[in-house]
Ligand binder design. Sequence first.
Ligand SMILES: [Zn+2]
Length: 71
Amino acid sequence: MDTRAQDSICEKFERYFKKRGESLRGNLSRINSGDVEAWLLEQGAKWRCFYCGAPTFWDEKRCPGCGKPLK
Ligand SMILES: [Zn+2]
């Protein structure tokens, strides 16, 4: 795969994450900076169900724990 094709795929991923309020490159630079533990704690707190506290996947529509809709 040439570099331009790879860039294009990266842009698609970036847009996909951005629509959901996440920055793919922002996350990667946090991880690369060596701040992994703090980043993991932040992400662990962020991706939780508001109602029951179950961990959720960022693209889920409903909580896997209680079934309530996720915002
Ligand atoms: Zn829940």
